[in-house]
Write a protein that binds this ligand. Structure first.
Ligand code: ZN
Length: 404
């Protein structure tokens, strides 16, 4: 199968359309194929508005935003007094997380780096983690899953025909971070997420929760879930309500330029770039560069490219031009995927052709998150869950979202 191409925009009835039929935002490159998208009188989309609202609320990149972040740093130091570490930071070997560890040291914090090894790491990622942590003298806590079990879960998601092929890695990282924090009595998790450089990924293109993972694995898997660190609802509640472990995102407050950060990492740590957002891990690379574009016609590069257009780091035309190139992928990646998952060509092609499904077709916690929306709003305000969790998980699709 061929990877989709993305023709230029055409003008029709005073609006702009992609492929001649999908209306496109006047500020970023999102179009109305994206779930829950609407356009305002200026033609700007829901997600541009969401990012604008967040920037206003967090005063991102302004002196007030920076001052607010430094106040949080003082709280982190206070909460971590007399403990070996005062925060934990998930590391993947990618730009944002590597930068986060280095910045934490600058702020005078004592981080413990945490890595969830899904056994699909690229050699570059493993080396990047080692180089940065060694130079900064930061300890590493790692959870390695049994590789057969990891593959069984990935194969289950592939067979389930849902777009969230690799969401098991994200849930496992979240759980590993909580376990590490709990083990050392740490109250703060620093996350390297930036809504300015990544946007807020639209619901419907990526969903994850602990029940989604166990229900799909139960239906399509063949091994017992044993070494995989899943996060059922009550475990999630234990971490946020009883242990009160907070998640904070420094890049929501401070000025952050990803290209500058990358250049700085290369210079300071002999750190190496791996070719694109999320490509430091082989399974995330399959997910973003092959599986989603080919099976779902969804190319997740539109998140970072839209973010760049929004932030004025590239023009919308430049973003569309880059979007129309084929996603970067190692040449033998798909062969590696088939071989590891023991999927003969015929079976692989057949599964790929099966009808599209989504998280709505399997048991998840989505309805429960919606019912508990007021509670999650309070938890988000107290930094116990990210505000983006509240906005993405606690509203039914299509309902107007507000963080006010
Ligand atoms: Zn937009």
């Amino acid at each position: 199968m061929e990877v989709l191409t993305h023709p230029k925009i055409v003008h029709k009835n005073g609006h702009e359309y992609w492929e001649g039929k999908y209306r496109i935002c006047s500020k970023c490159i999102y179009n109305d194929k994206i779930p829950a998208i609407t356009f305002d009188e200026n033609g700007e989309c829901t997600y541009c508005r969401m990012v604008e609202d967040l920037a206003e609320q967090y005063k991102t990149g302004t002196p007030e935003g920076e001052a607010e972040w430094l106040r949080i740093v003082e709280q982190i130091k206070k909460a971590g007094k007399n403990k070996k570490y005062d925060c934990v930071i998930g590391v993947s070997g990618g730009t944002d997380s590597s930068y986060m560890v280095a910045k934490a040291i600058d702020w005078g914090l004592r981080p413990l780096a945490v890595h969830y090894d899904n056994t699909w790491n690229t050699a570059i990622a493993t080396e990047n983690i080692r180089k940065v942590l060694q130079k900064l003298n930061v300890d590493l806590y790692t959870h390695v899953v049994n590789n057969k079990e990891a593959d069984d879960i990935i194969r289950s998601f592939f067979k389930a025909s849902v777009p969230d092929l690799d969401c098991a890695t994200d849930i496992a990282l979240a759980e590993t971070l909580y376990r590490a924090a709990s083990k050392y009595g740490v109250k703060y998790i620093l996350e390297g997420h930036s809504f300015i450089t990544e946007g807020v990924s639209p619901l419907g293109t990526l969903y994850m929760d602990g029940k989604y993972i166990s229900s799909i694995h139960k239906k399509f898997g063949s091994m017992k879930m044993d070494s995989y660190p899943n996060m059922p609802f009550w475990t999630f509640m234990k971490w946020i309500i009883f242990k009160r472990i907070k998640k904070v995102r420094p890049l929501w407050y401070i000025d952050y330029n990803k290209e500058d950060a990358r250049a700085w990492l290369e210079k300071e740590f002999d750190w190496q770039y791996y070719g694109g957002h999320h490509l430091e891990n082989r399974i995330t690379a399959v997910h973003h560069s092959f599986y989603n574009p080919v099976k779902f016609g969804v190319d997740n590069r539109n998140n970072t490219l839209s973010a760049k257009a929004r932030a004025g780091l590239m023009t919308r035309e430049e973003a569309l031009e880059e979007y129309s190139t084929k996603p970067h992928m190692e040449s033998d990646l798909i062969e590696y995927f088939k071989k590891r998952l023991e999927l003969p060509d015929e079976e692989f092609d057949e599964i790929l052709k099966q009808p599209l499904k989504s998280f709505r077709d399997y048991p998840t916690y989505k309805k429960r998150f919606e019912l508990l929306r007021p509670m999650f709003y309070i938890l988000a305000k107290a930094h116990l869950v990210p505000m983006s969790f509240y906005l993405k998980y606690c509203f039914p699709l299509g309902e107007k979202k507000t963080n006010k």
